[in-house]
Design a protein around this ligand. Structure first.
Ligand code: MG
Length: 313
């Protein structure tokens, strides 16, 4: 792997927590079913590469997302969450929470929408009604001692509604925070955000900046620019997907999740600590790409995997 030069920039955090979504958000958008043993290896390899927050699966009804129908099997295979690590699972409702508790999950995530139309399309309920469903789930999860993350999707644009008012995002964030969610992830689900918009949304938020995570998609090539401006505005948790796994669900053949390797390259170049071993992560994503039968869309995986091949040759 080529040596990477580092040069700090003023006004950035010394350390960033990466929240890895490849095993859930990434694989959920892959049509080819991945065997549970491969998923378990994937999660273990991500943890071994130094990622400390790895979302594992989603406890949705198996018929809704066939890729995640093996959730309990995967969680049993992975065993209890080791001390100091986060291995959350997504939970859509009370039934999902009961399954998560039975499986020994220590942290859950709920998935809200910033817009009415996406709530109806994705959650089959209106925005207010979907928040009403989450409230007892979050309350019960906190009462059981679980940590809770709240996702808010479509924070920067919606394929049906177009522009999204930052005040609307703030209302949904506030609702989740009020329920007891401890971390709120702002999703750019269709990847349309640009840096000025990111700042406009962050400045509107009624919660401490330490509780905010950003979840950018690279569909329009803006994910790293948006990440940098979020870090400059006090965000220290960034969601990303190993190898850029998971296409854009609303534009076939377009890039979706920000690749963890691309994020790590930028952070390490800025001298920001992540705890991640980039070479081990690239090896993991290269292995996963072989399992899926197609190359990783990550620029950094492509660059480093080909330089590794050149060194071997
Ligand atoms: Mg995503």
């Amino acid at each position: 792997m080529p040596e990477q030069a580092t040069a700090p920039l003023a006004g950035l955090p010394g350390r960033v927590s990466i929240y890895e979504v490849g095993a859930r958000d990434g694989l959920q958008n892959e049509s080819a079913l991945v065997p549970v043993a491969v998923k378990a290896d994937f999660v273990r390899r991500l943890l071994a590469a130094g990622l400390t927050a790895v979302e594992t699966t989603s406890l949705v009804r198996p018929e809704w997302v066939p890729q995640l129908a093996d959730a309990e099997e995967l969680l049993a295979e992975l065993g209890p969450t080791p001390a100091g690590l986060r291995m959350p699972a997504l939970v859509p409702n009370r039934r999902g929470l009961d399954r998560a508790l039975a499986a020994g999950v220590r942290e859950i995530a709920v998935f809200a929408s910033a817009t009415e139309t996406f709530a109806r399309k994705n959650l089959n309920r209106g925005l207010a009604e979907s928040l009403d469903v989450f409230e007892p789930v979050v309350t019960a999860a906190r009462a059981a001692g679980l940590a809770v993350r709240g996702y808010v999707s479509m924070c920067f644009g919606d394929p049906w509604e177009g522009a999204v008012d930052p005040a609307q995002v703030a209302r949904v964030v506030h609702a989740l925070w009020d329920m007891g969610a401890q971390e709120i992830s702002l999703g750019d689900t269709i990847g349309v955000a640009t840096p000025g918009q990111v700042v406009a949304v962050l400045e509107e938020l009624p919660v401490p900046r330490e509780a905010v995570a950003v979840h950018f998609h690279d569909t329009y090539g803006q994910a790293l620019a948006n990440t940098l401006v979020a870090l400059q505005h006090g965000v220290t948790t960034v969601d990303s997907s190993a190898g850029g796994l998971g296409g854009c669900p609303y534009a076939k053949s377009a890039t979706g999740n920000l690749a963890t390797e691309d994020l790590v390259w930028q952070l390490h170049g800025l001298g920001i600590e992540t705890g991640v071993d980039l070479a081990a992560l690239v090896a993991t994503s290269t292995w996963m790409a072989t399992q899926l039968g197609r190359p990783s869309p990550s620029r950094v995986v492509t660059a480093l995997a080909s330089s590794a091949t050149a060194e071997e040759a």
